[in-house]
Design a protein around this ligand. Structure first.
Ligand code: FAD
Length: 678
């Protein structure tokens, strides 16, 4: 009997398995058809087919019953899957790939190959995007390389070669996903599909239908950057050069070489020579300043060596609205850079607004002048400001909740675009991150902190509550960090908070601004901090205890110190790293594979400003560290020039690029720049 029972066991096991598989299949049949794994369903169907044969031969009723059910359920699931598949997007990867557990992988489509996108891709661990890992990553960009923009001005002057500052996407994507060299032309947030078109060269002949393809996504990362802003100034688009892409830098480099060659021809008149060799840079922000500095180095170090007869004919002019250049830097640095430019012979046309860019002159209105003046040029380069990318514009028209800032998508603190239901994320210039306001939760925090329920917060209580809340509200981290309680520490918390506010570092980089006023002014930072040497302009706390009203006033002041983040590589890079971490740690399908998302308590993005560096020519640079009003806040001169070259070399994305940049900088110093027209 015992032997018989043992012989019967395999039937019982197979009977039980058939029943379990049938139940699992039933639960699968409730899910979205695209998440059914066809391989798993087919394998389970085959298993039951074999068991049916065994059960028939051995007259095992229960084995026959459970496996008939399982075979029917799996056949039904397979049919649903194949039927639905035929309706999915026209794409080369219709079906969501499945991991080894049969769960569909999260399809992540990344748009762009710049600072934000590549930082995201590089930070993503290969183990999460390879084989049957949770993510199926596809990157789409018309540019198959990453461009190190901080050295673009040096590329335009020939100090560094263009190939040294680009890094192919393919060298980073191989172990992480797919790359398509194409341009995304449309995002459909409803269907979760992006439409992309072939690169220019393969779009087909004139009049032929454009070649496009579509990709479905579960999560979309928009990192398409921004475009040049002409601020509607007439003639800019037609007559000016720009400096945003590698092509711009190459064109500019050729233009400078050409201008000197043409000026040296025997038939060129003196007036023509002066015009040809007159270079006007519009914009006194870091990009304009670095470009003017590089042009000056090129002319003084190399061109005049090759064209000594032209030494009195060239001019470099820089036009800006402020009374000094680099106005977003510390005043001491801005003054130094302005003096340095004047000493180097760069003409500064300051305190003026550009009215128009005519084919041979920039028309400027000087502050206080009645009539506009003309600044004649042979080459005009427009380096002021950025505008919204057309793709971002079209996405905003479909997601009105994402509109707030006129140059980018409104995102929550985890970088999710408003109105996208947590399926679209934005990085870099394409994103404006809304920072969580702590004031709205003042009462809640006050109650949580008031441990002895006396209606007042002591220093120790404030410190505890700030420390607890700093993860959600990064703007209070500095206060929490600096706060000390003890006999001689804080005796007036309102005063203490105001002091920290005053010392909070200034964060702003961007290229500014002949006609723009889109960058938030830092002048109001002072007013946010109060102007009474540390006393708040609201009611100061009388002593070491804060009432709810006083606590709220301090939180309001902290919120007021929030600035929208500057459009810089530093921000885009940190956002890319953050998003990769967020995806790795928090994104995934729910256990039943039905939903994807970031949990609401996921940590927010917190930007850490590491400082700003700008090259100002003749081997000198300026550096501003984020310790405002301290002896280590501003550095300038030769040593900084050396530091700038070192930083730009070591911040390259690969060892190969580090080698190439250092080689180019060395070669330029020893042999000079290559001025051939190739
Ligand atoms: C000359 C110059 C110098 C600068 N120097 C500094 C500096 O020293 N320090 C600093 O912090 N910042 C600097 N910046 C600013 C910095 O480069 C930008 O803030 C940063 O590049 C923004 O990163 P991003 O990823 O948003 O966009 P980008 O780096 O511009 O990348 C956008 C990507 O999207 C791709 N793309 C465009 N359209 C589409 C589409 N339709 N579909 C798919 N992909 C698309 C592009 O090909 C590109 O790969 C400089 C900028 C310039 C122009």
């Amino acid at each position: 009997m015992a032997l018989l029972a043992r012989l019967r066991q395999p039937y019982q096991l197979a009977t039980a398995a058939g029943g379990c598989f049938a139940l699992a299949g039933l639960s699968d049949s409730q899910r979205d058809a695209q998440y059914i794994s066809p391989n798993m369903a087919a394998a389970l169907f085959l298993f039951s087919a074999v068991q049916l044969r065994v059960g028939w031969r051995n007259s095992q009723k229960w084995l026959l019953a459970t496996n008939t059910c399982n075979a029917a359920v799996q056949a039904y699931n397979l049919r649903r899957h194949w039927k639905a598949k035929s309706q999915w997007t026209v794409s080369d990867r219709d079906a969501p790939p499945a991991d080894s557990d049969g769960r569909a992988r999260v399809r992540v489509v990344v748009l762009g190959s710049g600072w934000g996108a590549m930082s995201f891709l590089r930070s993503l661990s290969p183990s999460l995007a390879q084989g049957d890992a949770p993510f199926d990553v596809t990157l789409v960009s018309p540019r198959n390389y990453f461009l190190y923009t901080p050295l673009l001005a040096a590329t335009a002057s020939g100090s560094v070669e263009a190939r040294s500052v680009v890094d192919p996407v393919r060298s980073h994507i191989t172990d992480k996903g797919n790359y398509y060299e194409a341009e995304c032309t449309d995002i459909d947030p409803e269907r979760k599909v992006v439409t992309c078109r072939y690169p220019k060269a393969y779009r087909g002949a004139e009049g032929e239908k454009e070649r496009v393809f579509q990709l479905s996504y579960d999560m979309l990362v928009v990192a398409v950057g921004s475009v040049v802003n002409t601020f509607g100034v007439p003639g800019v688009q037609e007559n000016a050069f720009f400096l945003k892409t590698a092509e711009h830098a190459r064109t500019l480099r050729q233009r400078v070489n050409e201008a000197f060659e043409l000026a040296s021809l025997p038939g060129t008149t003196a007036a023509e020579r002066k015009k040809l060799l007159s270079f006007v840079v519009v914009g006194g922000g870091p990009t304009g300043v670095e470009l003017a500095a590089e042009l000056h180095d090129l002319v003084s170090d190399d061109m005049l060596r090759y064209f000594p007869k032209l030494s009195n004919d060239w001019a470099i002019r820089l036009v800006d609205t402020h009374d000094h250049i680099l106005s977003m830097f510390d005043r001491q640095i801005a003054t130094y850079a302005t003096q340095q430019f004047r000493r180097n012979g760069i003409d500064l046309v300051l305190n003026c607004r550009v009215k128009a860019v005519e084919p041979d002159a920039v028309v400027v209105q000087l502050n206080g002048a009645d009539v506009p003046s003309r600044v004649e040029y042979g080459t005009c380069i427009w380096t002021t400001g950025i505008a919204m990318h057309p793709l971002v514009q079209s996405l905003i028209s479909k997601l009105p909740e994402a509109r707030e800032h006129w140059k980018s998508l409104r995102c929550n603190p985890t970088l999710a675009v408003h109105g996208s239901g947590g399926t679209i994320y934005a990085l870099g210039d394409a994103a404006t991150v809304e920072q969580a306001r702590v004031l709205q939760h003042a009462e809640e925090l006050f109650k949580a902190g008031d441990s002895n329920s006396d209606g007042l917060l002591s220093c120790v209580e404030v410190m505890a509550v700030l420390k607890k809340a700093q993860k959600t509200y990064p703007q209070i981290a500095e206060f929490a960090h600096r706060m000390q309680c003890g006999p001689d520490a804080v005796d007036n918390m309102a005063q203490f908070m105001n002091q920290v506010l005053r010392a909070k570092s200034k964060v702003s980089y961007d290229n500014v601004i002949a006609t723009a006023d889109w960058i938030s002014s830092d002048d109001d930072e002072e007013s946010a901090a109060g102007d009474d040497g540390g006393q708040t302009d609201s009611t100061p706390a009388a002593g070491s205890m804060l009432t709810l009203q006083q606590f709220s006033q301090q939180l309001a002041a902290i919120d007021n110190s929030l600035r929208s983040l500057p459009a810089t590589a530093q921000v885009a890079h940190q956002q890319g790293e953050y998003l990769a971490r967020l995806f790795q740690n928090h994104v995934g399908r729910t256990p039943d594979s039905s939903r994807i998302g970031v949990p609401s308590d996921a940590p927010s993005f917190h930007y850490v400003h590491l400082g700003s560096l700008a090259y100002i020519g003749a081997d000198k640079a300026v550096m501003e560290l984020p310790y405002k009003n301290t002896p280590v806040s501003a550095f300038k001169g030769w040593l900084m020039g050396f530091a700038w070259k070192g930083a730009e070399t070591f911040m390259q994305t690969s060892v190969k690029n580090m080698y190439l940049v250092s080689r180019d900088l060395m070669k330029t110093k020893v042999f000079g720049r290559d001025v051939s027209d190739v």
